[in-house]
Ligand binder design. Sequence first.
Ligand code: HEM
Ligand code: SF4
Length: 443
Amino acid sequence: MIRGINESLLSTLAACGDVNRNVLAPPMPAFTKAREAVYADAHKVALALAPQTKAYHAIWIDGVQLNLNADENKNFVDPLYGKTYLPRKFKIAFAIPPVNDTDIYTNCLGFIAVVENDRLVGYNLAVGGGMGRSHGNEATYPRLADVIGFFPADKVVEVAKAVLTIHRDFGDRTDRKHARLKYVVAERGVEFMRQEVNQRAGIQLAPAKPFQFTTVSDLYGWHQAVDGTWFLGVHVETGRVKDTESCRMKTALRLVADQFTDIEFRLSANQNVFLAKVSAAQKAAITELLHAHGVKTENQVTALQAEALACPALPTCGLALAESERMLPSLLTRLEQLQAETGLAGERMVVRSTGCPNGCARPYMAEIAFVGKAPGRYQVWLGGDGAGVRLNRVWKDVIKEADLEAEFRPVFTRFAAERQGKERFGDWCDRVLLKETPALAEK
Ligand code: HEM
Ligand code: SF4
């Protein structure tokens, strides 16, 4: 299997290790030509932070060990990671305001592109974000990254290495639940981070440049990119590309990949697929192929589906305490029925669910989040926003899935009556509802 993945030009190198995991690049080519420069930087950073070990290539295939040099592997010390690697995983994302489609503040390290006249000039640096927590352990908590300054784009690799080695050198190696960079930033402070980054990267961080995020959402359907090519945002329910009777998405996407070899497939952090770099002539043929397999290219989603996320949970994930991927679609339908009943039909709300508090679907940023506690029981968090810039808070420590309507009917009814103008649900929760809700000791 590893060979197969490798041959498809992906890599499983240190995939679950205490290393830099993935580097997310913003997938959408709609707004600025500077995206290509940001993408190139993301690639550069991913290569620069990859472990150098050859052990990956010393795998056995058909009884034969490749690249046999056991001693060399055994004594190898990685130039960046040393012999003991990081205290815990490390995650990086890039974003181009106003679109926060990579949920930048949930990452250990975030590069927020500063674009002037379609040219990338540098990045605002965000450090110390993370989602994971544990039920019943108040010492663990989700945290937003802090923006600590601006630096020119040509220093991106040095800065990435600086932040990574701060984690390497100061992360807590005695307790895996306290080992992420977010706790270093929370406990040692932003000024400490600034000084360490400056010193390690040989730069002087300038004050952050102004920017604003307005959405976390992907664009669905066909749109024209700034370079004149076309791209298609395909909604993938809970991120699972599969064939069903009415929609054979897996077959269709495979055929598109086989027949249109010069286009790009991009997976988004919103669990969707973008087909990019498509010519006008290919656009019609791809649309026809998708439609023939029941895959919509227009009107793909309802307001709630558009921004919803679920982690895999049962039966895929051994840490799951409750359903998530298999539960969310019907839960969205029930919330939509409740919206219609309370005069909120078509209202966008960011809804996310996870089967446990580790937070793989980034629930602590959602306007409504369901975090699994036990089969059919969820902790409910409210009050995130539509742009991924505010954490939510516990509203109910546990609700039964069966009681969804009874729990949410009074809240939706009040929101419909009390909202100011076009105020979003999460903003109203933050402004009104949660002010009335005593902070729950997290159980
Ligand atoms: C589609 C698959 C998955 C994706 C995209 C994913 C992504 C993420 C994200 C975004 C976070 C929150 C950010 C953070 O604090 O690191 C997270 C946390 C975490 N994930 Fe996943 N995850 C996936 C599956 C899994 C599975 C199957 C497991 C375990 C069997 C797992 C274990 C964890 C743990 C333990 C944390 C908390 C880490 C901490 O707080 O230190 N994830 N994951
Ligand atoms: S959040 Fe979901 S995928 Fe992540 S560890 Fe928990 S149950 Fe598994």
